[in-house]
Design a protein around this ligand. Structure first.
Ligand code: SDX
Length: 443
């Protein structure tokens, strides 16, 4: 066990590099080791190429840290997830989404005064500029809500030029955060109403963040929607559990875009696009489609598991690049699912199928050997389905939850004195130099 040193201090790693490549002397070089506050050890290869001519190759970055960050800590082996040191289980049980957003972005749980002031800013920012209505009308009714969300976030930035400035102090960041967090709810709800051909329900400043979103989504001109408390709590937990997850694909995208100096609206909009993919945020939709397909076909879950093992079927909502024992969020969401269905007095055959699949998979060597367990998406879709969120908006809901995390990482990068534009290298495997061939000589 190497001697442990204080977090951030450095040890040294000795790396033997063969001299196979002409011009590269076989050599042993010493590289600094950086140790994180949870004893994560990283070899700092920032000077590797200068000093040896070698670069590193790590497709998918499974072994590569892109940055140092103090926002979220995940221990995949132990199933630990903490936001700024606070265990996700305690935040999901006791906090509010707005409070968690401030914790992620500013690093501390807010005082009552700061929280109330921020809530007021969220209320002030609920409305969209009336000019944005024309953008909604320009989308086809079958337009995907994720495409609309990404486009409208950037459109929103056009109405707030003062928040696109590169001079971002804490007050301006508070305003940008309130604007983005509040308006993504209004954009999502307005997109839904527009695609349904229904009148848009304007925000109600007397309502909390989650209640206001549910109002804009489900109230009708003749009947105001009053959500049961359990629905509000389930949505709150859903958003808290999705608020951040360190350097996942979409957050890394936000940091990549932000590293060029792009403003927070453009960076968050790029995060929405990355999250859309079915291997990332799109998995919550894919899980429900999978469960519906199993339910409609009357397939025995054991038959489904057999297809997975034959590699004829991917079990959406299972597996994770980091969690190798369990995703703590999945545990909380499964319990939230049960509570919600119990309180509402409804049952959902998809939850029964999900539980049966999980029960079989979690005792099967194929899954155990590959460390495949339910992830955050396995149960979250059932909660959204029970609340009444349409399937094609599930990843939009993930985006609403993830906005504070994206902003927190954008701001952490923005304030990093060592910030550099992200520009990875490559290992070229294409054709060597060859002369141009005129058309008539090409055969
Ligand atoms: C999220 O990074 C984050 O933090 C993301 C996220 C967040 O909060 O931001 O947590 C949210 O994106 C959760 C993941 C949602 N995606 C899914 O549920 C889609 C289904 N899962 C997978 O496709 C997969 O598990 C990934 C993409 C999540 C992880 O992929 P990896 O780490 O690259 O694993 P892999 O594809 O290399 O698979 C390793 C083995 C393979 O088998 P072998 O070739 O070794 O025999 O496991 C198998 C894979 O075939 N495998 C699966 C599987 N996932 C991996 N087999 C069946 N079903 C699956 N879901």
């Amino acid at each position: 066990m190497p001697p442990t040193t204080a977090p951030g201090a450095a040890e040294v790693a000795r790396v033997q590099l063969p001299g196979a490549h002409a011009g590269l002397p076989g050599s042993e070089i010493e590289l600094p080791v950086v140790i994180g506050s949870e004893d994560e050890h990283a070899v700092d290869v920032g000077r590797l190429r200068d000093r040896s001519g070698y670069i590193t190759l790590d497709p998918g970055f499974g072994n590569t840290a892109a940055c140092k960050s103090a926002i979220t800590y995940i221990d995949g082996e132990e199933g630990i997830l903490r936001y700024r040191g606070y265990p996700i289980e305690e935040l999901a049980e006791s906090s509010s989404f707005v409070e968690v957003a401030m914790l992620l972005i500013f690093g501390e749980l807010p005082s009552k005064e700061r929280l109330e002031r921020f809530r007021g800013m969220l209320t002030d920012e609920q409305l969209l500029h009336e000019g944005m209505r024309y953008h909604f009308e320009g989308f086809p009714s079958h337009g995907h809500p994720m495409a609309m969300l990404s486009a409208m976030i950037n459109a929103c930035g056009c109405y707030h030029p003062e928040l696109l400035s590169s001079e971002m102090d804490e007050e301006r960041l508070l305003r940008a955060t309130a604007t983005l967090m509040s308006k993504v709810c209004t954009i999502a709800a307005f997109s839904y109403k527009m695609t349904m051909g229904r009148r848009m329900e304007y925000p109600d400043p007397s309502l909390s963040y989650c209640r206001n979103f549910l109002h804009m989504m489900f109230s009708k001109p003749h009947r105001r929607y009053e959500p049961p408390l359990q629905v509000v709590r389930a949505l709150t937990k859903f958003l808290i559990l999705h608020a951040d997850h360190e350097q996942n694909c979409s957050t890394s995208t936000v940091r990549m875009v932000g590293s060029s100096g792009a403003n927070v609206f453009a960076s968050v909009s790029s995060g929405v696009c990355a999250l859309w993919g079915p291997l990332h945020g799109g998995a919550n939709m894919a899980v429900i489609e999978m469960l519906q397909q199993i339910h409609a076909g009357g397939d025995d879950p054991r038959t489904v598991v057999a297809k997975v093992k034959d590699k004829k079927f991917r079990l959406m909502g299972f597996g994770h690049r980091v969690y190798k024992n369990f995703d703590p969020r999945a545990k909380i969401l499964e319990q939230t699912c049960s509570e919600l269905l119990d309180v509402l007095g409804v049952s959902d055959p998809l939850l029964d199928i999900a539980r049966e699949l999980a029960g079989i998979a979690l005792t099967d060597d194929y899954f155990l050997e590959r460390k495949l367990y339910p992830n955050v998406d396995f149960y979250s879709g059932i909660i959204l389905r029970t609340i009444g969120i349409p399937l094609n908006m599930y990843t939009v809901m993930f985006s609403i939850g993830r906005v504070p995390g994206w902003i927190a990482h954008w701001y952490e990068l923005f304030r990093d004195p060592d910030r550099r534009i992200a520009r990875p290298r490559q290992v070229y495997v294409g054709s060597g130099k060859r002369p141009y061939v005129p058309m008539d000589a090409r055969g």
